[in-house]
Design a protein around this ligand. Structure first.
Ligand SMILES: [Zn+2]
Length: 252
């Protein structure tokens, strides 16, 4: 199985290999589960992670001398690729008949808004296709995700990053809600938990997704010990440090 190395990179080759193997071995996998028993919260399954020793809080922080937008861009592209790959492993089980709407835990149903703002209730595979096409198009635009030296990020960059993360969250919510059983059958739920924990720690650090949106997987965040509001914690720490320094000054 692949794993995070010390500098936080995927051992990607091994990871791809394991996914490929797992896709080959079972052609008679069960149909998608759509009822609410939340298998993904079972202790033994929650405990599955391929990166138990990685400090995700440190991993998501901007390295010294790296531009914030560059950091957000790199991570956004990486999450897109990993989540797209995760969905790809179960996509043949996510059919218009089996998943006729884009569902998430707790009765959540996502509706797609097209470019003209028109609401459309579509099947999950179609919704995911809209999401992935939108993200692929957005990250390929030089004017939005600049790759050439000197090309600036647009003022709307962070708004677009937030939109991408919100869509990726919808895909994760659907996988956990409707296809977790297949992930377990393929033995890649540990990878899914790891990607999810990394993704959610990043979201909390940079406040990329509204909490109202992520509430539906709060219990999973707690089980996976995703740290809450890192920025707020930092402020508290800073305050304590200042108070400590003031107290020390007063004593001396
Ligand atoms: Zn589905």
């Amino acid at each position: 199985m692949g794993q995070y190395t010390q500098d936080g990179e995927w051992n990607f080759k091994m990871f791809m290999l394991s996914l490929w193997k797992s896709r080959r071995k079972d052609k008679d996998s069960p149909t998608p589960v759509q009822e609410e028993p939340r298998q993904y919260l079972e202790d033994t399954l929650v405990a599955e992670s391929i990166a138990a020793k990685v400090d995700f809080e440190k991993l998501v922080r901007i390295p010294v001398n790296i531009d914030r937008n560059e950091w957000l861009a790199t991570n956004t592209i990486s999450f897109f690729e990993h989540i797209n790959l995760m969905y790809g492993t179960i996509s043949e089980y996510c059919t218009p008949a089996g998943c006729n709407s884009m569902t998430g835990p707790g009765g959540t149903q996502y509706l797609w808004f097209d470019e003209k703002g028109k609401k459309c209730k579509c099947a999950a595979p179609q919704y995911v296709d809209f999401v992935m096409t939108f993200i692929q198009k957005t990250i390929s635009e030089e004017s939005v995700f600049p790759t050439k030296y000197g090309n600036p990020f647009p003022s709307s960059f962070e708004v677009l990053v937030k939109k991408i993360h919100r869509y990726l969250f919808h895909v994760l919510a659907h996988i956990y809600h409707a296809h977790y059983k297949e992930m377990v059958t393929f033995g890649i739920h540990g990878h899914l938990n790891t990607v999810f924990k990394h993704f959610m720690t990043m979201n909390k650090e940079f406040k990329l997704i509204d909490e109202k949106e992520t509430d539906i997987l709060d219990s999973l965040c707690r089980s996976l010990e995703v740290t809450e509001k890192l920025a707020d914690r930092d402020q508290t720490e800073d305050k304590e440090n200042i108070q400590g320094a003031t107290a020390a000054t007063a004593v001396s």
